[in-house]
Structures are given as C-alpha cells and as structure tokens.
Design a binder for this molecule. Structure first.
Ligand SMILES: *Cc1c(COP(=O)(O)O)cnc(C)c1O
Length: 431
C-alpha cells in the first residue's frame, strides 16, 4: 500500500518512508491511498490484542520492507493489556489504556513507532535522533519506548516548572540514549526549538533527526488495534456494536477509532469529549472551524486549540455536512471535571483521571438525555499520574501502578537549557 499527504502535493510513498518521515514533505499528514475493508469474520481465530493488530495492520504493511516484521513488531509493542471493563452504571464500560510503562495510552503508539524505527535503522551507519517537545505524557511515552534501542536516541524538551513533579521524574529517569532537557520557557518554546531543528537541513547533514509527535502514522495506525479488540470482544459476546466516548485534544487517539470504524470494525456511535478548549464542539454544532490559542485546564494533555488531525478528518469526510452528521463533540469545563471525579468516587467507588472524567461526564449527559445502547468511555491515563488533582477531590491517596512505581524509584535528572535555538542545536551536535 502507498501513502499520500492530506495536502495532496507530495509524491506517494511506501509505509517505511511515511513512518520515518513523520510529517509529509508538503507539510500535510500521511494517509493511505485506499481503505481496506475488514469485517468481523476477517478476525476469526484472532483473540489476543497482538493477533488482532497483525490482522488489522497487514493491508497497510503489504509490500513494504517492514511487512515480514509485522508480527514481531506487534508482539513487542502490545505486550500489555487494554482491558474492557464494566463501569458501575448499567451498560456502561471503560476501555483502560493505561497499563503500559508510563500509564497513558500514548505507550501503545510510541512503542509501535519505536519497534518500526529500530528495524528501519538496522545496518545504518548514523544514529537517528528523535526530537520531541512535551507538556508531559508524550515525552515520557517516547522516552520509555526508545530507551536502550541501538541506533536511536531521543532528545526530550519540557518546559521547566510546568509539568507535574511526577511527570518531570518520568521524563528524567531513563538516561543512556535518552537526553532530557528542562527548558526555561513555555511548551510553545519547546515546540519551536524542535520545529526549527527539524527544518534545519544543515544540522541534519551532521545529526539525522526525526520526530515522534502524534501526527506520525507510526503512532496512528497501531492505535486502531485496541478499538478493534474492544469492539470485536463486545460483538462476539453480545452481537451488538459498542459506542464510544473518547477524550480528545489533537484527535490522535479519536481518529484511530474513526478510521477503525471506516474500515468496517463494529464500532457504533463515536462521541468526542473535549475540555474547555472547544474548537471541535463549536465546529460540530455548525460554526466554522476556527483554531485558536489553547487555554490551560485540569485535563492538560488535551489543552489543544488547533487539533492537527482535523486534516485527516477532512480527508475522510471531505463534505462538512457529512462530517457533522457522523460525530458529536461536547466540551466539559474544569468545574464539571472536578464534580465528576468526586461524584464517581463517592457514588460508585470509581477513580478517573481528569481526561477520562471528561468522557465519563459526556456519557452521563447522554444517558440523562435518553441515549440507549452499550457505551464505552476511553480511559487515557491512570489517575495516579494526576494525583495532585485527583487526591484532594476523593480525599485519599491513589495507588501507583507497578510500572509507574518502578520509574519513580529510579533517580532522575534533566539538563537545563535556555529557550535558544543555537544552544539547542549545539547540544544535538554534541550528543
Ligand atoms: C495525549 C492525551 C490525550 C489526548 O489525546 P489526543 O490523541 O491528543 O486527542 C488525552 N488524555 C491523555 C491522558 C493524554 O496523554
């Protein structure tokens, strides 16, 4: 299969090229040239998450140099579960995506991307440096996924003092081929440094660079796997499609669900939950699409004012009316997030992270308005990652999952860096 850019002006390329490049040369996002059709019966005999992933991703890997490695890549990347559990309220479920090394859904995509890139790097003379700017979760997932991989190293930039102490610890606890910089500046400064490096052709003749942000095809494609797995599990048990509410910032995770449904998997309705950054809810309610600066909220991994994957959404649904008919999106403000976290604990004994709480709230409102069917909220992170928000609301400590506890036991350190491009480029040359 070949891949083209959403902007339509880059030459078609194969999967390996698209994964290695991240962004298409014309600035667009890579999408497949055709959509394979996959029905429920195509997955007969596939029970485990890696087995379902292999079946699902085979058409996208067909003809590529990575095709013979697909099973090994899936076994390596999907070595932790994505359980579908019942919530306390009837016919409501939760898909838990936080059982990976850094306790957030980004572990799935980051580990798959790392498994692909490490194979593409085999036999190459030069090391490849992945540069990533993070406001918390992305950097930790990428660092964990690339740690110790030969031929690859990572430079992670985070804004000093603007990530939680636990997040800072996760970013700085790897060492070896992971280089962590705490930048005296904002997240936007970090992103500017990374973009400038990725556009610096002279630097890249000395230090080959690549990115690992959420628009990468190597993160998007594998994320379809847990939607396939959960929807098939539900279909096999009940003969009905499962409806989803997905917490959304950049639409990376949600677009994977949308694409999985477009391929033919038994996902029913898809509803997007945002925080107070309500560009998508406004658009789906009929307003023009109007990206703007983000505002800070309790669900900070979703503080996005210009969701990049909207380009892919518009590729799949070129007609706005059709697009608006296919999805709903609802915004949840901080007060409602707090209320949902406290109330679900008090009334049902459930503990949700602030991101997951936006989806739980949207589902509660749908039920109140009479929605029928079997619904699933997507839990994007373990509440222990956001303990400073969750613990005061529920009045008790949140138990830290073992993988995260293991990271928090390691010593951590980050190198201070001025928000200055020349200084950053020099560090990259010296790695
Ligand atoms: C990144 C992240 C999100 C948002 O995911 P997108 O793919 O950007 O929509 C939601 N919740 C958590 C915990 C995250 O880390």
């Amino acid at each position: 299969m070949n891949f083209v850019s959403t902007r339509g002006t880059a030459a078609p390329c194969n999967l390996s090229t698209a994964i290695a490049a991240g962004l298409a040369p014309d600035g667009g996002l890579y999408v497949p040239t055709t959509l394979p059709r996959l029905g429920v019966s195509d997955f007969d005999g596939c029970a485990s998450l890696p087995a379902i992933a292999v079946r699902l991703l085979q058409p996208f890997f067909a003809g590529d140099a990575l095709a013979p490695e697909l099973a090994a890549i899936c076994n390596e990347a999907f070595d932790f579960p994505a359980p579908l559990r019942a919530l306390a309220t009837p016919q409501d479920h939760v898909l838990e995506l936080f059982h990976g090394p850094t306790a957030a859904f980004k572990d799935f995509g980051a580990r798959f991307l790392a498994a692909c890139l490490s194979r593409l790097q085999r036999g190459k003379a030069n090391e490849l440096t992945i540069v990533v700017a993070t406001s918390g979760d992305t950097g930790a997932a990428v660092a964990a996924a690339f740690h110790g991989r030969p031929g690859l190293r990572v430079a992670v930039l985070y804004p000093d003092g603007r990530v939680s102490p636990r997040q800072a610890h996760q970013l700085g606890c790897f060492g070896d081929n992971i280089h962590t910089y705490n930048v005296s500046g904002s997240f936007d400064d970090c992103q500017r440094l990374v973009k400038q490096a990725l556009n610096d052709a002279a630097l890249q003749t000395q230090v080959p660079l690549s990115s690992a942000n959420s628009i990468s095809l190597g993160r998007l494609l594998p994320q379809m796997s847990y939607y396939a797995s959960a929807s098939l599990q539900h279909w096999r048990a009940h003969g009905r499609a499962l409806d989803f509410v997905i917490p959304t910032g950049n639409l990376g995770n949600a677009f994977a669900a949308i694409l999985a449904r477009a391929l033919g998997l038994p996902l029913g309705r898809i509803v997007l939950a945002t925080n107070a950054n309500d560009v998508l809810p406004q658009f789906f309610a009929g307003a023009d699409y109007a990206p703007r600066a983000s505002v800070a909220t309790l669900a900070n991994a979703m503080d996005v004012g210009a969701p990049s994957n909207v380009e892919r959404l518009r590729w799949l649904y070129p007609d706005d009316a059709q697009l608006r008919a296919a999805f709903r999106a609802t915004a949840v403000d901080d007060e409602a997030i707090r209320d949902t976290i406290a109330r679900r604990w008090r009334n049902h004994g459930e503990i949700h992270c602030p991101h997951t709480a936006t989806a739980v709230r949207v589902l509660e409102d749908l039920r109140r308005d009479g929605a029928d069917g079997d619904w699933c909220v997507v839990s994007t992170a373990h509440p222990a990652k956001f303990e400073s928000i969750v613990e005061p609301l529920i009045g008790r400590a949140v138990e830290v999952p073992p993988a995260l506890a293991e990271l928090l036991r390691r010593p951590a350190q980050a190198e201070p860096l001025a928000a200055d491009y020349a200084a950053f480029a020099q560090r990259l040359r010296e790695l």
